[in-house]
Design a binder for this molecule. Structure first.
Ligand code: DC
Length: 233
């Protein structure tokens, strides 16, 4: 079996990554791997275990012990801990902020690499879109296509408000904008694997694109790179 065609997508929170990538995958018959959910899942579990403010080595020891009990169902995009489905707990912006905080721990990032790669590498589909903050630089540095997805802070905050509303969470736009800026700062200034555009990544600014246009742009980039490389997807 050929290796899946891997597309690495990085970008700040709310740039449209998750919804655009998920729909592009549906159209292409690719699997979608949202690695932010891995960090969110771990951050949420640390809260459950009372380890949110624990030292990095305590966090890593516990996560290493528990990792075999965490299952990421890539096809359904669901996260299970033991038999419990945690997916619905992971969407809130507060969980994103906590995820961003734990994501600064270098040893934790290393521990979570195999899980982040697993969904893409084990798929039987022709390709995978993997999104996050360090996919092009660390998780899949050899990806044949790297994309940096951007959008203005105003547009991103508005999109997040709408996304949260769809999950039944009502929040103020200004509050979300502040939280996003704090998270972007944390993600792009951390010492290990900061969010940044890789030199060989294509910039996709979705600020002025509607959802369908952004999906079409992503699908177009993937198809033209595959054609250029002579890969059938
Ligand atoms: O994509 P997201 O907003 O769900 O991600 C939540 C946090 O997880 C994000 O603020 C930083 C961290 N993260 C990371 O450090 N590396 C990744 N590849 C994905 C997410």
């Amino acid at each position: 079996m050929n290796r899946p065609f891997i597309v690495a997508v990085d970008g700040p929170s709310g740039s449209g990554k998750s919804s655009v990538c998920a729909e592009a995958c549906k159209q292409l018959g690719f699997v979608y791997a949202n690695t932010g959910q891995v960090y969110r899942c771990v951050a949420w579990l640390l809260g459950e275990w009372g380890l949110e403010s624990a030292e990095a080595d305590v966090v890593c020891t516990r996560v290493e012990q528990e990792l075999p009990m965490i299952t990421w169902d890539g096809a359904q995009n669901r996260f299970l801990y033991q038999a419990r489905d945690l997916t619905s707990f992971l969407y809130e912006e507060s969980v994103g902020l906590r995820a961003s905080r734990v994501a600064k721990i270098p040893a934790l990032r290393t521990l979570l690499l195999p899980l982040q790669r697993s969904v893409a590498l084990h798929t039987t589909q022709a390709g995978a879109v993997v999104d996050g903050r360090d996919i092009a630089s660390v998780v899949f540095p050899e990806a044949p296509l790297k994309i940096f997805m951007e959008a203005s802070i105003e547009v991103r905050a508005q999109r997040r408000v709408e996304q949260l509303q769809a999950h039944g969470v009502v929040v103020a736009l200004s509050e979300i904008q502040e939280q996003m800026q704090a998270r972007d700062h944390q993600d792009s200034t951390r010492e290990v694997a900061p969010l940044q555009q890789e030199p060989d990544a294509v910039l996709l600014d979705t600020s002025h694109l509607g959802f369908e246009e952004a999906v079409a742009a992503l699908v177009g980039l993937i198809q033209s790179r595959a054609t250029k490389l002579g890969v059938s997807i």
